[in-house]
Structures are given as structure tokens and as C-alpha cells.
Design a protein. Structure first.
Length: 216
């Protein structure tokens, strides 16, 4: 997918989200749910204006960063090698953010007979799965991927770390999807523990790979 096509799709999705919020404006409460705890209970609210526009604005800001950052990367030629995959990730990430926005709107409209964690976690799992796919394709750069001092210092360490990272993030995604069937605290731990464990392990793994490479 080209960057131009990506931009058109993303901007179209954000505009649709904004229009939907405006169309529903009069049906939404003055204070909208904005945060749910691990037990799927609302524990935070925000004014209707921010409830309607905050997530689309955040999504727009992140999209601008995603488009701009690769252009200032000293290794942007490497980014170009997997740019189509990165563009697909951008579209998926934006769709994920606007899916969360849609859930928030639905909840505030009174359609709240569902567990927010059960609705979110399958999409979070798919996001982790796609991140894993992108890691497999990623070439060494300063902004996208598993960036430790050791992966950034060696193509070999980068490639081996990202090959394993791809598998671990996909497994983390699978656990998050499973968590969606349970909801509540169990779902949180099924998402959090594999993700944090994978991240910490990959940092250590990249160091070990680098140290072994320096010995040869």
C-alpha cells in the first residue's frame, strides 16, 4: 500500500468518525464515559466535546507522526524496504483507535450491555499480531521496531531479535484474544504478562546476541 493511499484511507476514516460524533451529538450525555477499570466499571468521564473529538484528534496526531518520522530517520532507506507493511500497520492502528472510539460512543448512547475489555481485547490481540508481522519485515532503523543499543548497532542482532520478537508478539496477541473471552482482571493479566515478559526478554536477548557477536 502506497503512502498516498494510506493517507487517503486514514483521513477518510477520521472524517467519518468526526461526522458520526456530530450526528450523534444531541443523543450523547454531557459527561461521557472515558475510562474503565480492570473490572469493566466506568471510573472516569469527560465532557461531551472531548468525548466526541479527543480520540479522532489523537489518532490524527499519531498519523502525522507516523508519516513524518520515517522521513527524518538517518536509516530511512531501510524503512523504505518495509514501508508498505508499515503503511498497512498505520491503517490498522487507525482502525483500532476508531473502533475504541465507536465503543465509547455506543456506551454513552446507552448500549452498554457488554464488557469493554471483552470488546477491546480481540482487537488489541489482532494489533499485537500485526505488530509481530511487521517486526518480521522491519529493517534496522531508529523509530520502528525493537530499538535497543544492541539491535541498533548490528544488522545481525536486529534481524535475529526481530525474528524472535515477531513470534513472541504474535503469541502475546493470541493470549490477548483469549482474554477477550473472559473479561475483567483475568483478561488484563492474559494481555499484560505475555506482552511485558516478551518485551523484557527481547531486551536481554538482544544484549546476549550482541555480546556473543563481539566475541567472534
Amino acid at each position: 500500500m502506497t503512502t498516498k493511499t494510506t493517507s487517503m484511507i486514514v483521513l477518510g476514516l477520521i472524517v467519518i468518525a468526526a461526522i458520526a460524533g456530530l450526528a450523534l451529538w444531541n443523543q450523547l450525555p454531557d459527561q461521557m464515559a472515558s475510562h474503565w477499570n480492570a473490572n469493566d466499571e466506568v471510573d472516569g468521564t469527560m465532557p461531551r466535546f472531548w468525548g466526541v473529538f479527543l480520540l479522532p484528534l489523537i489518532t490524527l496526531g499519531m498519523f502525522v507522526l507516523f508519516i513524518f518520522i520515517p522521513n527524518i530517520d538517518p536509516l530511512k532507506a531501510n524503512v523504505a524496504e518495509f514501508r508498505e507493511t508499515f503503511n498497512l500497520f498505520i491503517v490498522f492502528f487507525v482502525a483500532f483507535m476508531l473502533y475504541i472510539h465507536a465503543l465509547t460512543l455506543a456506551w454513552s448512547l446507552g448500549y452498554n450491555n457488554f464488557k469493554m475489555s471483552a470488546a477491546m481485547l480481540p482487537m488489541i490481540g489482532l494489533l499485537f499480531f500485526f505488530i509481530g508481522y511487521m517486526l518480521k519485515k522491519a529493517k534496522r532503523n531508529f523509530f520502528i521496531g525493537i530499538r535497543t543499543p544492541w539491535t541498533l548497532s548490528s544488522d545481525t542482532v536486529w534481524n535475529k531479535t526481530h525474528q524472535l520478537g515477531s513470534v513472541l508478539f504474535m503469541l502475546s496477541g493470541a493470549f490477548a484474544i483469549i482474554g477477550g473471552f473472559f473479561g475483567g482482571m483475568l483478561a488484563f493479566w492474559l494481555m499484560f504478562v505475555p506482552l511485558m515478559g516478551s518485551t523484557l526478554f527481547l531486551v536481554v536477548y538482544s544484549y546476549i546476541l550482541y555480546r556473543n557477536e563481539m566475541k567472534t
